[in-house]
Design a protein around this ligand. Structure first.
Ligand code: HEC
Length: 206
């Protein structure tokens, strides 16, 4: 049995302010699209969202690390690609805050020098190895967010238990509402200048 995270705030946000709608309102406002809500299984896992491939691109990084000198140009590590559920993104762009239930995706791809065709230098994206989804939901515990981890072929993701390091780093160092909006060119224009300036002074994560 699956239960959806449904909270009053979401219904209000999604149907009223947003111009988005939850399924129940769909008939009365045919033009509006429902925000895809995190589907949590009876065992507390997150069902893989059906249309991940069509989510909105937020940003990418390669070889980003937190210690000076830790970058190895010959082995830069994995590409990290961040996407967001499209209706949650539209809400964010309009209201400059995340709707309850917003989902953000971080996917990991090996970086690859393999000559696939015309490429002679540099790195391209190899296959997906694993991914993580950040569900923002103030109704969920004291952190107001849950992180789920998936292997490439998983159809359900496991929640990272409460009190985890993911939440700590995100809340302490993410520029906006526990997300790393400072690294996403698609979100930066919507984030308050002060939040980006604060992030720009934040160089020590110990
Ligand atoms: C030391 C800090 C740190 C820790 C710990 C951390 N992250 Fe992140 N996370 C980042 C940074 C920086 C980004 C920006 C994207 C990137 O990596 O390119 C990010 C981005 C993300 C995103 C994309 C959406 C967002 O919130 O910005 C997800 C999803 C995510 N991380 C999941 C996790 C999970 C799951 C864990 C724990 C297993 C975790 N993170 C632990 C620093 C951290």
């Amino acid at each position: 049995m699956k239960t959806a995270i449904r909270i009053a705030a979401l219904a209000t946000a999604a149907s009223g302010i947003l111009g988005l709608t939850v399924a129940a309102f769909a008939q009365t406002t045919p033009a509006a699209k429902p925000m895809q809500i995190a589907q949590i299984t009876a065992k507390g896992k997150l069902q893989k969202p059906a249309d991940l491939e069509s989510w909105i691109f937020l940003g990418a990084s390669l070889g980003m690390g937190y210690n000076p000198g830790s970058f190895n140009a010959a082995h830069p590590g994995q590409f990290q690609i961040v996407l967001m559920e499209p209706n949650a993104y539209r809400y964010f762009a309009e209201h400059r805050t995340y709707a309850p239930g917003s989902m953000l995706l971080l996917s990991f791809y090996d970086s690859d020098k393999q000559q696939r065709s015309i490429n002679q230098n540099g790195f391209t994206q190899a296959d997906l190895t694993n991914y993580e989804i950040h569900v923002i939901d103030p109704a969920q515990g004291k952190d107001g967010r849950t992180f789920y981890t998936f292997d490439a072929k998983d159809t359900e993701g496991s929640p990272v238990p409460a009190g985890n390091g993911c939440v700590r780093c995100h809340v302490d160092h993410g520029a906006f509402e526990g997300t790393f909006a400072q690294f996403y060119p698609t979100l930066r224009p919507f984030v308050p200048k002060e939040a980006l300036e604060r992030a720009a002074r934040d160089h020590d994560i110990r």
